[in-house]
Ligand binder design. Structure first.
Ligand code: IPM
Ligand code: MN
Length: 373
């Protein structure tokens, strides 16, 4: 199969981690006889520096024509502490989500036995944790009218949802929840005791639920959900929520796995789909070859699944599991005996190609490790 992939490396550690995904995708292409054609484009702080625009027109038009977008990370500290900055890197990401109509952001949360010691939770709470957050991505408070009084004394952000916006992601979430590999459970996270938009979400979910009698539905206020994710995370299966709540609880849930650097995401909708790790640009690590590429590599695996390349995606996931179980990990996981970003990417790609473990005996693997003395 031939696929045209737009690669947006973005800011901070984005370029380093994305390069590892491309290595892994190339290994898959070779093994399974696919042709992946990459074209590289700008977005974020990098794009502002080079063009003045966080999402240049040519990036957007390339994305609209592509089969998928692989994206690294966005953001730079020089904009974070300047509330009056007119142009911000994040505007590029928000605009691309809107333009590509990426209304569903899918963030799977699971844990790895080999890493349970890194999780802030006790080991027994991590058993059977396997849930998927469906975060609405093109509506709500992120995209409502924003106002700042001329004298700076007041500001507002409107939170608006149309029934149609809620319906389309709700259907998608139910479709997944009913699949045999899931637990047939859907939890709507909202704040229906306070917000009108949340009450509309509940109404739509209740109505949609009648078409999915096999799926058990429950409703949870977001403040309670924030607590339940910590005290009893294995109760969740498919978690459906609006934009802002989804942003917050997905960062919270990501720590269950032991490192934010491990988690992938897929943003899908009516246009070209986009795949990105959930971590940010982590500027402190940029250029040091220490960031964890697994969030990006697993995002590439989600892209393969989206292409219908199921066996290929499984192979990538198996390679990642092999690396984690063999303690071939980056500094966020193993602060002393760690592997560099680029080495881990190569080794995962080598595993995909079948060169490991035959060619790389334990001693050779040890040689590639960095040890701080
Ligand atoms: C995310 C990020 C973005 C968001 C930022 C960078 C605008 O935090 O993808 O979760 O808030 O959606
Ligand atoms: Mn976020």
């Amino acid at each position: 199969m031939k696929k045209n992939i737009v690669v947006i490396e973005g800011d901070g550690i984005g370029p380093e981690v994305t390069k590892q995904s491309v290595k892994v995708l190339n290994a898959i292409a070779e093994l399974f006889n696919h042709e992946f054609v990459y074209s590289y484009h700008l977005m974020g702080a990098d794009a502002i520096d080079k063009t003045g625009n966080p999402l240049p027109d040519e990036t957007l038009s390339a994305c609209l024509k592509a089969d998928a977008v692989l994206f690294g990370a966005i953001g730079h500290p020089k904009f974070d502490n300047d509330p009056s900055a007119k142009v911000r890197p994040e505007q590029g990401l928000l605009r691309i989500r809107k333009e590509l109509q990426l209304y569903a952001n899918i963030r799977p949360i699971n844990t790895y036995a080999a890493l349970s010691h890194l999780s802030p939770l006790k080991e027994d709470r991590l058993k059977n944790v396997d849930f998927i957050i469906f975060r609405e991505l093109t509506g709500g408070i992120y995209f409502g009218k924003k106002e700042l009084a001329a004298d700076g004394s007041q500001a507002s952000d409107d939170c608006v949802y149309s029934r149609a916006e809620i319906e389309r992601i709700t259907k998608l979430a139910f479709e997944l929840a009913k699949k045999p590999e899931r637990k047939q459970k859907l939890t709507l996270v909202d704040k229906a005791n306070v917000l009108e938009t949340s009450r509309l979400w509940r109404k739509v979910v209740q109505e949609t639920a009648t078409q999915y009698p096999e799926v058990k539905v429950d409703y949870m206020f977001v403040d309670n959900a924030a607590m339940q994710i910590i005290i009893n995370p294995s109760q969740f299966d498919v978690v459906l929520t609006e934009n802002m709540f989804g942003d917050i609880i997905s960062d919270e849930a990501s720590v269950l796995s032991g490192s934010l650097g491990l988690l992938p995401s897929a943003s899908i909708g009516t246009g070209t789909a986009m795949f990105e790790p959930i971590h940010g640009s982590y500027p402190q690590a940029a250029g040091k070859d220490i960031a964890n590429p697994i969030g990006s590599i697993l995002s590439a695996a989600m892209m393969l699944e989206y292409f219908g390349m199921i066996e290929e995606a499984e192979r990538v996931k198996e390679a990642v599991n092999w690396a984690l179980n063999s303690k071939i990990v980056t500094k966020d996981i193993e602060p002393v005996n760690f592997y560099f970003t680029s080495t881990l990417g190569e080794m995962i790609a080598d595993y995909v190609s079948g060169k490991i473990p035959e060619l790389n005996k334990k001693e050779n693997i040890e040689l590639r490790k960095s040890t701080i003395i």
